[in-house]
Design a protein around this ligand. Structure first.
Ligand SMILES: Cc1ncc(C[n+]2csc(CCOP(=O)(O)OP(=O)(O)O)c2C)c(N)n1
Ligand SMILES: [Mg+2]
Length: 805
């Protein structure tokens, strides 16, 4: 009782572990365990959802982290620290926030209810402040590593922020996910001393006890990647036992024991534990254990440091003292610790019965009337929690993003044929000359910076490295100068890492009090390789621009493995992502500047509308799909001359405009057909319109710059109609591009269904041309012919559409 918990060399203020009575922390962790368990119990046993679908929740996975999280939140963390909580421990997180006074009592019975506590920690949906969303295992684990990389960048460019430690609480089976090792291996994450990963080593995954002993291999993998590896393995009782005569052999026996054997000790009666534990043991171990009564032996051999507050705080301090590389702490725990389901191999989704809950409540001295209470503020535990609440209170952000002012356009001129990828590179270079924009731009790419036209930007701004690095070769075309001023972050070939880094660069306005304008590039087909991380990042509320380039079968010579087809559909369908695919350079200029304006407003939007981005304008990220096909810019110039910049820009931003207006050109009124193109195929669409004109058929050519914005506008009016039971109207964006009723042909170097909804939206027959089979190598004309994207096919499609009238 009198013994104070030491926090090792980094003992800090009176509200850290150094000043806390271990009995108080233990009392608090018992309450955390109770609340976390009961939150799940109430969701499953007290709420009638009326649908018969199991509610679920993870009492065993939660219990596993109770001691670690109590040690963190009640004794170790400081206000600027940021923590990613493994998905299945969300009830522990909310229980702690409740005990700290940061969560209203009414939420405790809302786990997994609509509008209540989310099943897994969510930055955008939970009622209490969550630092990192988690759920898709592996991603939330790696996120703090990239957040620390983003902080290192922010500190280097804008001056140091108050130090944050970036901590991830990770399930042991989560280490099976490949993205973990991609993150650990990337040089962009080297040397991040403020990172601490705590692995919850309960030796169980969802289905089973993880076979063998994997930890030695994992530790070597971390060490090889330059990490500082620490273990919190044995509790104090075992540590003492090891020091006794024969203790060495006891230790060796436990260390060598496969997970399945060790795990089978749980749930047995003490006498049976002895028998099972000694099964196959050498004589020295039998001898050592002979003197111990059954119950003592049983509790000794399951005494793990992951449930020893003092041992954990010492281990945290050991990691804290290491400032030049990330630390990983393997904390040995018990899945279901303190619960009747402890260590049971099938406990992942197990729920305590009502009788077991009643017993637990009684054991803690709680009643039905007091079971949800906070710690009594008159007791030392209640006072400690109040002090910790104050200690962890965060100062409000100072930057709202108001200082980042992105112009409407860079004024890019494009006289000769140019591709959208080349124009993209030039626009970024131009923006890097704009004083109110340049400091905030940061680009990143997974080893495709030069082949996606970032070279011009890199030449101007340099490559980011925490220390200046000597350049061993000089290239007159590409200056690869690395140092702390650089504004391009180069990644190894990992699209997962690209989207995780973009996600964290896109959250620095929140996590590092500094808005940035992050821009990433990736070969378009490989957007899909990083898709789960892409989704993770936008679900987390991140704001960034990504360019998928080159794309489609327009990347003709590269063949089927490099030609993207379904990415446009993905872009349209992803929530919180605006998908944009312009054909012309000036349109791209307007659209990219508009996207960056929206990204710059992240902090402002957040203060106004909250993290879920319910504001009136777009609040997410931007996905540009670009190509390397140079196309003649004259048709766009003609539309500009016809409409004027103000009207054209508005329409381009809204998603579509008439590139060729047959009604304006033909004397006899309404055009009989609309040819709707998106991206690189516009020259073929224009050619088809000319061929149709030769046959006396007037075709209006509509250039769709964002099928996503058009689709959303249509869906908005439909939903409005559905919700109010009124006839939906045609949205403005569609009306201005399609003023008349006429059949449509859609043409897209992407899956044909991306624009096939236009027929329904306009109430006219539609024929959709697109790429619905894998491509192969060839010239652009070969591929367009093979996929019916050539002008002859478009003409035939127009005739087919007309015949469907
Ligand atoms: C990407 C992904 N795949 C599968 C799952 C389903 N799943 C949830 S938890 C889990 C096992 C996790 O085991 P571990 O990380 O050891 O966590 P524990 O519950 O033991 O703490 C699995 C397979 C998931 N959430 N995410
Ligand atoms: Mg596990």
């Amino acid at each position: 009782m009198d013994e104070m918990i030491s926090t090792g060399p980094a003992a800090r203020s009176a509200t850290t572990g150094a000043g806390c009575d271990p009995a108080i922390l233990d009392e608090i962790q018992q309450r955390v365990l109770w609340l976390a368990t009961r939150i799940i119990d109430a969701a499953n046993h007290e709420r009638d959802t009326g649908d018969g679908v199991k509610v679920g929740g993870h009492q065993a996975s939660s219990a596993s982290l109770v001691t670690v999280m109590t040690a963190l939140y009640l004794a170790y963390l400081d206000a600027p620290d940021r923590v990613s909580v493994k998905p299945h421990a969300s009830p522990v997180y909310h229980a702690i926030q409740y005990l700290l006074g940061n969560l209203d009592r009414m939420y405790l019975t809302t786990l997994r209810a609509f509008g209540g506590l989310q099943s897994y920690p969510s930055r955008t949906k939970d009622p209490d402040a969550v630092d990192f969303s988690t759920g898709s295992v592996g991603l939330g684990a790696a996120a703090p590593l990239f957040a620390a990389a983003a902080r290192r960048y922010v500190d280097a460019h804008f001056g140091p922020r108050p130090r944050s430690r970036f901590i991830a609480l990770i399930g042991d089976a989560e280490l099976d996910e490949g993205n973990i090792w991609e993150a650990v291996a990337d040089p962009a994450t080297d040397g991040l001393g403020d990172v601490l990963w705590i692995v919850d080593v309960n030796r169980q995954s969802l289905d089973r006890v993880v076979p063998g002993v994997r930890i030695a291999q994992w530790e070597q993998q971390f060490s090889a990647a330059g990490w500082h590896v620490v273990e919190a393995k044995y509790g104090q009782a075992l540590q003492k036992a090891f020091l006794q005569p024969g203790g060495d052999s006891l230790r060796a026996w436990i260390d060598a024991m496969p997970n399945e054997h060790y795990q089978s000790l749980f749930g047995l009666e003490p006498a049976a534990v002895r028998e099972r534990f000694l099964d196959g043991a050498p004589p020295q171990v039998h001898q050592f254990c002979a003197g111990l009564p059954d119950h003592e032996l049983a509790s000794l051999v399951t005494d793990l440091a992951g449930h020893d507050l003092g041992a954990l705080l010492d281990a945290f301090a050991e990691c804290d003292a290491e400032s030049t590389r990330p630390s990983v702490l393997f904390a040995y725990t018990i899945k279901g610790w303190g619960l009747p389901i402890a260590g049971n191999p099938r406990n992942h989704s197990a729920l305590l019965s009502t009788a077991q809950i009643d017993q637990m409540r009684e054991h803690l001295g709680l009643t039905a009337a007091t079971e949800w209470d906070r710690l009594d503020p008159m007791t030392p535990a209640g006072q400690w929690a109040a002090a910790r609440r104050e200690h962890l209170a965060r100062t409000p952000r100072t930057h709202a993003g108001n200082e980042v002012v992105v112009p409407d356009a860079t004024g890019l001129r494009a006289a000769r044929p140019i591709s959208t990828q080349e124009a993209f590179g030039r626009i970024l270079v131009d923006l890097s000359r704009v004083e109110a924009v340049a400091p905030y731009l940061v680009t990143t790419a997974p080893d495709v910076a030069t082949s996606t036209n970032l070279a011009g930007f890199i030449n101007r701004t340099g490559v980011f490295s925490p220390v200046t690095r000597r350049a061993w070769s000089s290239d007159p075309v590409l200056k690869w100068a690395e140092g702390p001023d650089g504004q391009h972050i180069e990644l190894g070939i990992s699209e997962m890492n690209l989207f995780l880094l973009l996600g964290q660069l896109g959250l620095t306005w929140d996590l590092s009090d500094q808005p940035l304008l992050p821009v990433g590039t990736v070969y378009d087909p490989f957007v899909l390789r990083g898709l789960d991380a892409f989704i993770y990042s936008v679900y987390s509320g991140a704001r960034f621009v990504v360019a998928g380039t080159p794309s489609g079968v327009t990347l003709a010579p590269e063949g089927g493995a490099h030609q993207s087809t379904i990415t446009a559909s993905v872009g349209i369908e992803l929530p919180e992502v605006t998908f944009i695919e312009p054909a012309y350079a000036v349109a791209l200029d307007w659209l990219l500047c508009g996207a960056l304006q929206s990204v710059a407003a992240a902090g402002v939007d957040f203060s106004r509308h909250g993290a879920s981005g319910t504001g009136p304008s777009e609040t997410g990220s931007y996905y540009f799909r670009l190509t390397t096909r140079g196309i003649d810019q004259q048709p766009f110039q003609a539309a500009r001359d016809r409409l004027g910049d103000a009207i054209l820009r508005r329409q381009v931003l809204a998603g579509a405009y008439r590139l060729v207006d047959a009604a304006a050109e033909a004397a006899d009124g309404a055009p009989p057909v609309y040819l709707v193109g998106c991206g690189a195929v516009l020259p073929e669409v224009l050619q088809a319109a000319a061929e149709l004109a030769d046959e006396g058929i007037a075709a209006t050519v509509v250039d769709v710059t964002s099928a996503d914005r058009l689709y959303r506008a249509w869906q908005r009016t439909l939903r409005q109609g559905v919700r109010t039971a009124t006839a939906p109207s045609i949205p403005g964006a569609l009306r201005s591009a399609f003023p008349d009723r006429a059949p449509v042909v859609t043409v897209h170097d992407a899956a044909s269904h991306t624009m096939s909804w236009l027929g329904s939206a306009l109430g006219v027959p539609a024929v959709s041309l697109g790429v619905d089979t894998f491509g192969q190598s060839g010239a652009v004309a070969d591929l367009y012919r093979a996929h019916d994207l050539d002008s002859g096919s478009i003409v035939n499609a127009a005739l087919a559409a007309l015949s469907l009238r």
